[in-house]
Design a protein. Structure first.
Length: 571
RNA sequence: CGGGGUAUAGCGCAGUCUGGUAGCGCGCCAGCUUUGGGAGCUGGAUGUCGUGGGUUCGAAUCCCCCUACCCCGACCA
């Protein structure tokens, strides 16, 4: 591609409303343009990167035996009523009406459509197992779209759905997809990690997420020092306390904490370690007001909390409810002597504490020397309801937990019969008996991968594309071509040869563009290789080659250069 | 949805408090010079000051409504 015939639209200034590096660089490089909140156009440059990701995903899905199809993005309400997700999916579902007032949604995912397709197409166990996939635009009306295409409302997704007669078969395909995903992210040149995950709104039994590792990632993932187990922090289990609860040594007393509301402030005032304080988190569940207790140095894990019987879809308590049940405003609340009956859920670490500090349910006061059984009843529920922290022991002798940040780019689920059951997707087995199919589903955020790759690979000058995603493999930069017929001809010849070798080549044939601007553009848009053609080099029979990751030029003989650089790029 | 903020040229911003000719930088166009790390000079084009209403002789500026966008919290590929 010649830049003179391409739409290269780089800018020097960082757009004001871009707050992560990938979004800044994609805008500066001219890869994407915002149309509305969370809705982007892909420019010719950006689309080249997107298509490369898409091509690798498609190749590996095909290699793994999945069949590509394409389903509609607009889906009728009736289908979503069958699984009760028209209501359950909530505000993320973009609902639209046609001219006859018929109700539709823009597909955020395709379990309903594919299950409908499968129940119509699949009649016999002989047609199973089968795995259908598509690469298609999805729309999720995110509460808060941000970070450019990393968390957009409209995005490109590869979604696959497999159908099976039994669980074992489903699990084999799950493993097959897990392996295909591993190949995909490896080929894309990304540092990634598969982690055990919560199933969320999609549902089902088993699930893994694939995360691109990057410090700017929105997700925390936990992995053990022994045994190679990794999980989303939402799921990572905290080991039960090793030692039993000590006997009380202090008596219960009120202490004045006039302005100290947080555990940190209270611990500092009392000269106690943060781990001696207890945080009280007020929620309202199906069975009323609940106080959740975790240690002052821990964080409540709301996903774990949701799984506790009787809580269901809990919500944070309002300030009025807190005052009503405990007699105090937030900041000084605790489980001792509530005004009204409440239930108490204690994290396992809290249940094993003695002589701890809690809010006194009185503004300006906390209680210290608090002990279970003596000063308040034993907790109603003791469970693991907190996030694990860096360095703490992992369960089952798996060493210690470490925490890293990741960007979720893939997710595989064993759905079981959830959708097939709700929608009556059955086939006849070898005995002529109707059996409900088992399903798996497997997603990859194609557009998100482009952003994630940048988060993981950039420097002060711009993007550094992994070879597999780069919109162009190599840039040819002629210096002084406006004055030198020789340079112009040599660059044209090199461009033709590299193109003939099957590479995606960008030739900077713009008139009157000075060298500094050429270099800056090539580095910003992240072309992994560049070759400078100038009078200096031609006199010496050399090109100046530079890898995007290198700090200096290498002089390469013109003779044999195309072969050499083609091998560099292909390896 | 709750809280906070912004809206002025293609982009980044000043001007608003204290009402009176709409500005700066980058980019864009033309010419000349320059040419190995985002060139210099000269000249030029570009705005319903987010929308609607009000106050006023006069509104980017003051008041009201609306809308869009951004940031912080509960979601997910």
């Amino acid at each position: 591609m010649r830049i003179s015939k391409f739409h290269l639209a780089t800018v020097k200034e960082t757009p004001a409303d871009a707050d992560v590096i990938s979004q800044q660089l994609m805008l500066r490089a001219g890869m994407i343009r915002k149309l509305a909140a969370g809705i982007y156009s892909w420019t010719p440059l950006g689309l080249r990167a997107l298509r490369k990701v898409e091509a690798i995903v498609r190749e590996e899905m095909n290699r793994a035996g999945a069949l590509e199809l394409l389903m509609p993005s607009i889906q009728p309400r009736e289908l979503w009523e069958e699984t009760e997700r028209w209501a359950k999916f909530g505000g993320q579902l973009l609902k639209i009406k046609d001219r006859k007032d018929g109700e539709f949604c823009y597909g955020p995912t395709h379990e309903e459509v594919i299950t409908d397709f499968a129940r119509n197409e699949l009649r016999s166990y002989k047609q199973l197992p089968i795995n259908f996939y598509q690469i298609q635009t999805k729309f999720r009306d995110e509460i808060r779209p941000r970070f450019g295409v990393m968390r957009a409302r409209e995005f490109l997704m590869k979604d696959a759905y497999s159908f099976h007669l039994d669980t074992e078969c489903m699990q084999r395909e799950y493993q097959n997809m897990y392996d295909a995903y591993t190949r995909i992210f490896t080929r894309l040149g990304l540092k990634f990690r598969a982690v055990a995950a919560d199933t969320g709104a999609i549902g089902g039994s088993g699930s893994h997420e694939f995360h691109v590792l990057a410090d700017s990632g929105e997700d925390a993932i936990a992995f053990t020092s022994e045994g190679n187990y990794a999980a989303n922090v939402e799921l990572a289990e905290a080991a039960a306390p090793a030692s039993p609860r000590p006997a009380p040594t202090e008596s219960l007393q009120n202490v004045a904490t006039p302005t100290q509301k947080t555990c940190e402030e209270v611990a500092e005032l009392l000269g106690l370690p943060l781990s001696r304080t207890v945080k009280s988190f007020a929620v309202v569940g199906e069975q009323g007001f609940v106080l959740v207790l975790v240690r002052g140095d821990h964080m409540v894990n709301e996903i774990k909390l949701q799984k506790i019987a009787g809580l269901g879809d809990f919500r944070l308590a309002t300030e009025a409810e807190i005052v009503d049940h405990l007699g105090s405003t937030p900041g000084f609340i605790g489980p001792v002597a509530p005004v009204k009956a409440i239930s108490v859920i204690a994290d396992r670490s809290v249940a094993a504490m003695a002589d701890f500090v809690v809010g006194a349910n009185q503004a300006g006061f906390h209680k210290r020397g608090v002990n279970w059984g003596r000063d308040l009843p034993e907790p109603d529920v003791v469970a693991d309801v907190r996030n694990v922290v860096e360095g703490e022991p992992a369960p089952n002798g798996a060493g210690t937990w470490s925490i890293a940040r990741g960007i979720e780019v893939g997710h595989v689920f064993q759905l079981g019969q959830k959708y097939a059951q709700a929608m009556g997707a059955q086939v006849l087995d070898e005995n002529g008996k109707a059996r409900t199919m088992y399903m798996g589903c497997y997603g990859i955020g194609v557009s998100r991968i482009v952003a994630a790759a940048i988060e993981q690979n950039h420097d002060a000058a711009g993007i550094i594309w992994p070879e597999a995603i780069a919109p162009f493999h190599i840039a040819v930069l002629p210096l002084g071509a406006d004055r030198s017929e020789r340079v112009r001809e040599a660059a044209e010849k090199l461009y033709a040869e590299l193109t003939a070798a099957g590479l995606d080549v960008l030739l900077d044939d713009r008139k009157g563009v000075r060298p500094g601007a050429m270099f800056a553009d090539q580095e910003l848009i992240g072309i992994p290789h560049r070759v400078v053609v100038g009078e200096r080099g031609l006199d010496a029979g050399q090109y100046e080659y530079r890898s995007r990751r290198a700090a200096a030029n290498e002089m390469k003989p013109i003779e044999g250069f195309v072969d050499w650089v083609t091998r560099e790029i292909r390896k």
